[in-house]
Design a protein around this ligand. Structure first.
Ligand code: PMP
Length: 455
């Protein structure tokens, strides 16, 4: 028996015994399929279908070949996950509402109900980005996918890109841009510093790039790049302005349209407090015009903005299958955005600033210094604390985790070994969590050998 005969035979079994159960079979079917008893019936049906193996069926699914790999022992145990408080630079914890949203039934990735949910997500994203741009959607992937999508759509071989680099995310952007054969120029500042409008203008004048890339919240250093005025400069020098707002969006003011930002992307697992899985992204008209004027196709099919825009219903064309959208993650994002909308952005920004200020004051009272001395240059979302001389930063991080199941993290890139990073983002950004971090920090420093603090 060949594979088609097998399929036919299985089909007959299903039609004979189980069709109504599997498909819902008729007007009353939808209700019946949902009843618990019916799930049992479905299971029975599955068993029946798989146990009708006559000689010919078994010859198709069995062989005398021995299996090289057995089902692993570890998967016989139930999944166990500790409940940790994630106070590092991300992901942050998700509220139960977001977890519950992911338990809703799966839909097909082009079902009208799912398209409706995608449209609602787009509205939420327009609010959080403060934009009326048409092309607002998500890349299926994390923040890096947003960065990759930005680079591969905006850049053609030889295109100039100027990267304002003051931490690891500028480095990553430069790496990605080079992979797309762009001509990369760097505007560099030491870790923890930010760029003035004059410095950015001098860079634009000197390099005349097609794209300027800046990071709003440099989570490796805790720096907050001011963006007001940068968009106007980019228009003056005919450059597209692309902004990484992964670690900052929702925690600090961001006005895509008013600040004339052409491209912005973020991640779901920071202030939005949904699990990591999607990179919300917006391409304004100037950015889309650059994409449409490309002389060669975008080198990544998956990240091609014209395809993504179509799948997300942003181009007035019927939606086509591009990829299978991560359905449950989109539900989670919708719920995270609904929570943002309920609180309102202005209140969210104030909450982040108030909690960060409380943290900074508390750390100062413990005799600790912030990595960035000028408070106006700090993002409230990822706070970098200088590791005092003589303290092993890893021991403090381990103390938080082993005793309290609380995550804080060490530095990254240029701040590695020099700082602790404490995230205050979305659901986790509360005065109670700030108090907890301060209490554990005090205790940890007292317990870490070799630290002679004023505690
Ligand atoms: N940009 C910034 C500023 C970030 O903080 C991060 C994540 N820490 C990323 C990009 C990359 O995001 P992801 O890890 O979700 O890919």
């Amino acid at each position: 028996m060949n594979i088609f005969q097998l399929a036919l035979m299985l089909g007959n079994v299903v039609r004979r015994g189980c069709l109504g159960l599997v498909t819902g079979g008729g007007p009353s079917g939808a209700a019946t399929t949902r009843s618990p008893g019916n799930f049992a019936a479905r299971r029975r049906c599955f068993r029946t279908a798989t146990s009708v193996s006559g000689p010919s069926l078994s010859s198709a699914v069995q062989s005398d070949h021995t299996m090289n790999v057995s089902p692993p022992e570890c998967l016989k145990k139930p999944l166990t996950v500790p409940s940790k408080l994630l106070m590092g630079p991300g992901p942050s914890n998700s509220p139960l509402r977001v977890h519950y949203a992911m338990m809703k039934p799966l839909l097909g990735h082009l079902h009208p109900e799912f398209c409706q949910i995608m449209d609602e997500v787009k509205e939420g994203l327009r609010y959080i980005f403060q934009t009326k741009a048409k092309v607002v959607c998500c890349v299926s992937g994390t923040g890096h996918a947003g960065m990759e999508t930005t680079m591969c759509n905006l850049l053609e071989p030889g295109d100039g890109i100027l990267i304002a680099q003051n931490g690891i995310w500028g480095e990553r952007a430069a790496d990605m841009a080079r992979r797309h054969d762009a001509s990369v120029s760097l505007l560099e500042k030491p870790a923890g510093e930010v760029f003035t409008l004059e410095e950015l203008e001098a860079g634009l004048k000197k390099h005349t790039p097609a794209v300027l890339f800046v990071v709003q919240g440099e989570s490796s250093t805790g720096a907050l790049q001011p963006l007001q005025g940068v968009g106007a400069l980019c228009r003056k020098y005919n450059a597209i302005l692309a902004v990484d707002a992964v670690a900052s969006l929702g925690g600090v003011p961001f006005y895509m349209d008013d600040w004339q930002i052409d491209v912005v992307y973020t991640g779901t697992q920071k202030v939005i407090s949904a699990p990591p899985s999607l990179a919300p992204i917006a391409f304004g008209d100037r950015a889309m015009a650059k994409v449409h004027a490309r002389t060669i196709p975008v080198r990544s099919f998956y990240a091609d903005m014209t395809w993504l825009a179509n799948y997300w219903g942003c181009d007035d064309q019927p939606r086509k299958y591009h990829h299978t959208g991560p359905v449950s993650s989109v539900y989670a994002l919708r719920e995270g955005l609904a929570i943002v909308c309920e609180e309102g952005l202005e209140s969210l920004w104030k909450r982040h600033m108030a909690c960060a200020q409380k943290l900074w004051d508390g750390l100062a009272a413990l005799g600790l210094e912030m990595f960035i001395s000028d408070a106006s240059k700090r993002t409230p979302t990822v706070n970098t604390i200088r590791v005092p001389d003589g303290v092993d930063w890893t021991k403090v991080v381990k103390y938080f985790m082993s005793k309290y199941l609380v995550e804080i993290s060490g530095g990254l890139g240029p701040s590695a070994g020099k700082v602790w990073r404490v995230g205050l983002m979305g659901y986790n950004c509360t005065p109670e969590n700030v108090d907890l971090v301060l209490r554990i920090m005090k205790e940890a420093l007292g317990n870490v050998k070799g630290h002679s603090s004023q505690l």
